[in-house]
Design a protein around this ligand. Structure first.
Ligand SMILES: [Fe+2]
Length: 410
């Protein structure tokens, strides 16, 4: 029988509605959300920072202040500055550019255009996200000690206690090979409307997600702790090329160029626990029985002004980041990419999230290591396999001891 999300959604909604008075739970949540959004707007419009920023030095020395920690916990996102030396990040940026040119990526992308609809708009523009996973700079950035230290800090923000033992190992991370973005000034092809990743309708229908969000669904929103890791590695997402099958404590990227407001970069709603608003909104009477405000299987969980007007005003751009700075956000945090890059310079990043050691991630790294050895695209992504015969691709000899462990190759 064909998979029928409408049936799942209708059944899940009926069950969830039995748990609490969803109307009053949402009214309470909406009021609290509006207050938070108003506070974000006020601070942001006054020119003050809302998105927490800390220095890598403080992370490395274990001296991030209690105030900063509390702020990160509230905001669900953080900029860690200076994880890499700016000159290192600039060199990597140049090296990826050479890797692309020397291996004639653009011609190959055109040849593949007919094979992959992702590149269907190639005729009117160069790709801005490159299906490259194994350039030397990407591999070097992933396996860097400073990156490992940063991820350890981020992973430890979670409470890993869970009924079956620790949900994950916060001190050891697997590599998750993702792509690289090189967004040119004026580009209009990359916009992403506000969304969250890691599942859409699953957040209501999947048993592990129902356990994670139980306080919300049971009407005790104030007891929901977005930093509680229990069940987070046990969610099962609808398989799709648009969805990561690795569990990530944080999504993130490393800046290779300076970029900020107006540069076609990232905006976030800096609220760690805004998920309650989205979950309860979809259970209200004005949403069709088989609909969750538009949530589609195999896609990111989108937002729309029609359903989520109370919260979208809280979407603010990251401040300007510089080469070597990193940006991180929780899997439940809404984010978007501006439709147009209005700035003067390329906005380039390497996507590197934080994906700690756990059973779910161990299953993926085995497949990923095979792809690495042959230069194929990472298993979560379209099988473009550009790098199979690319000159200068990273090989196992480029991996440090830490790099090998992160690839599951020990
Ligand atoms: Fe996203």
């Amino acid at each position: 029988m064909d998979f029928d999300p409408a049936r799942f959604i209708t059944a899940a909604k009926a069950e969830l509605r039995k748990k609490t008075d969803v109307k009053s739970a949402f009214a309470k949540c909406r009021d609290a959300t509006r207050r938070e959004v108003e506070a974000i707007r006020k601070t942001h419009d006054a020119g003050q920072t809302v998105i927490p920023e800390i220095a890598y030095e403080a992370v490395r020395n274990g001296v991030v202040s209690d105030k900063d920690l509390a702020n990160i916990r509230k905001r669900g996102c953080v900029i860690v500055r200076g994880v890499f030396d700016p000159s290192q990040a600039r060199d990597w940026n140049a090296e990826i550019g050479e890797y692309i040119d020397q291996n004639d990526y653009f011609t190959r992308a055109k040849e593949k255009a007919g094979l992959d609809k992702y590149f269907s708009d190639l005729s009117d523009g160069r790709p801005q996200i490159f299906g490259l996973y194994w350039s030397r700079p990407q591999v070097m950035a992933r396996q860097a000690e400073s990156m490992a230290v940063t991820k350890r800090f981020l992973n430890r923000l979670y409470d890993i206690d869970a009924p079956m033992g620790p949900e994950f190992d916060p001190d050891n991370d697997y590599a998750y090979a993702d792509r690289t973005r090189r967004r040119q000034p004026g580009d209009t092809t990359l916009g992403l409307s506000p969304h969250m990743d890691s599942g859409s309708y699953e957040r209501w229908c999947d048993p592990a997600y129902q356990a994670i969000y139980a306080p919300i669904f049971n009407g005790a929103l104030e007891t929901f702790d977005p930093w509680k890791a229990a069940y987070r590695t046990q969610t099962r997402e609808f398989a799709s090329p648009a969805v990561a099958s690795m569990f990530r404590t944080f999504q993130g990227w490393t800046a290779l160029t300076s970029q900020g407001p107006g540069d076609g970069s990232l905006s976030l709603i800096p609220l760690a626990n805004s998920i309650g608003y989205f979950l309860l909104r979809a259970l209200q009477d004005d949403v069709a029985e088989d609909d969750l405000c538009g949530a589609q299987p195999g896609r990111a969980l989108g937002t729309s002004p029609e359903w989520h007007a109370d919260i979208l005003d809280g979407l603010i751009s990251i401040p300007t980041v510089h080469p070597g700075d990193t940006v991180w956000w929780l899997p439940d945090v809404i984010h978007s990419v501006a439709n147009e890059h209005l700035g003067q310079d390329y906005a380039n990043v390497i996507y590197i999230g934080s994906s700690p050691v756990c059973t779910k991630n161990a299953a993926y790294v085995g497949k990923q290591a095979k792809a690495f050895m042959s230069g194929k695209s990472a298993p979560d992504f379209a099988a473009e396999d550009y790098e199979v015969d690319f000159e200068g691709r990273a090989t196992i000899d480029d991996l440090t001891e830490l790099g090998r462990a992160q690839m599951g190759l020990t």
